[in-house]
Ligand binder design. Structure first.
Ligand SMILES: Cc1cc2nc3c(=O)[nH]c(=O)nc-3n(C[C@H](O)[C@H](O)[C@H](O)COP(=O)(O)O)c2cc1C
Length: 308
């Protein structure tokens, strides 16, 4: 797949997940075989008015091969200005979030609310495209607002006409949030309607799902399927140098320590820890201990007892 002038090898992309796809997790997914990563969603307004606070979200690990930044907002000028800041200069691809279903985001016309205002969505894409200079711009969206308003085909075409270099479809409606099954037929319908690359997102969590999606679209994103299992990116490519769970945890924590202080890393890692030990005997007790840990060494000590 080629996004603008950037060629991606075969493999899956790590989907952006707010609160989860921090540099440590992105690093271990990249090392495992993710061909691209995306930051957590960054508020364009937040960046413009409180840039220093957002910096933590913008750290990129040296293990990441290609990291796109995802921005969200509803003001085309502010979004364009954000893209021009020094903060975002290092990102080779700009992704725009038009799929976030969260109430506090959609109530101010951001995220998936933009699917109900196609003209504004188009203005955002063309402004960001201009501001990005020659960097590719991509858009991630959903099927539409709800079951009766699935406008993803028209939306995708308009994104293309406004300058998007690739589009990602999370094939659920806004009203579905993350429930129900992703509609895998929609990827093919969208692919047939546009000439730019289409990336599929939703419920892809193993080699079979990856191979099936690759038959109909240009690129594939894996989100929840990678939580606690970054090795999935190697497994789908039949790589045999897959990290052990404890190696993955060590790498994850080690990379995160490069941008956050030790205690913050230990605290932030709590939500990931539960995924790394999911399904293992004694996981519940271990999780309680991890939640009390105040340092990375403590976390490693606790997890190594169950994972090593
Ligand atoms: C906790 C969580 C946070 C998410 N945050 C974002 C986000 O910041 N930006 C975005 O475009 N999508 C976000 N998503 C959606 C995912 O990128 C993806 O499209 C969705 O989870 C479906 O793919 P999956 O079944 O592989 O997880 C989020 C999903 C989850 C579960």
């Amino acid at each position: 797949m080629k996004i603008g002038n950037i060629e991606l090898p075969k493999g899956a992309i790590l989907a952006p997940m707010a609160g989860y796809t921090e540099p440590g997790f992105r690093a271990v997914c990249s090392y495992s075989g993710a061909v691209m990563t995306v930051t957590e969603m960054i508020s364009a307004k937040g960046l413009m008015y409180n840039g220093e606070k957002t910096l933590e979200l913008l750290h990129v690990s040296s293990l990441e091969k290609l990291c796109a930044v995802q921005i969200f907002g509803s003001d085309p000028d502010i979004m364009a200005e954000a893209v021009k800041t020094d903060y975002l200069k290092k990102f080779p691809i700009i992704d725009i979030n038009m799929g976030c279903p969260v109430h506090k985001v959609v109530k101010v016309n951001e995220g998936s609310a933009l699917m109900n205002d196609i003209n504004l969505a188009c203005k955002i894409v063309s402004s960001v495209k201009l501001a990005a200079n020659d960097r590719p711009v991509t858009v991630k969206f959903r099927l539409g607002w709800d079951e009766d308003n699935k406008n993803f085909i028209e939306f995708g075409k308009r994104m293309q006409d406004s300058g998007a270099d690739a589009i990602t479809l999370h094939s659920r409606t806004r009203m579905q949030f993350y429930s129900g099954n992703a509609d895998i037929r929609a990827w093919k319908q969208l692919k047939n309607a546009v000439n730019i690359p289409v990336i599929a997102s939703g419920d892809i969590k193993d080699k079979k799902g990856f191979d099936e999606a690759c038959k109909v679209v240009d690129g594939v994103m894996i989100g929840r399927g990678a939580l606690g299992r970054p090795q999935i990116f190697g497994e789908i490519l039949d790589k045999d140098n897959v990290l052990s769970p404890m190696q993955a945890v060590r790498m994850h924590l080690g990379e995160l320590k490069k941008c956050l202080d030790d205690r913050t890393v230990a605290v932030n890692f709590r939500k990931h820890a539960g995924y790394y030990i999911k399904g293992i005997n004694g996981a519940r007790e271990i999780k309680v201990l991890v939640n009390q840990a105040q340092s990375v060494d403590e976390v490693l000590d606790i997890l190594s007892k169950i994972l090593d």
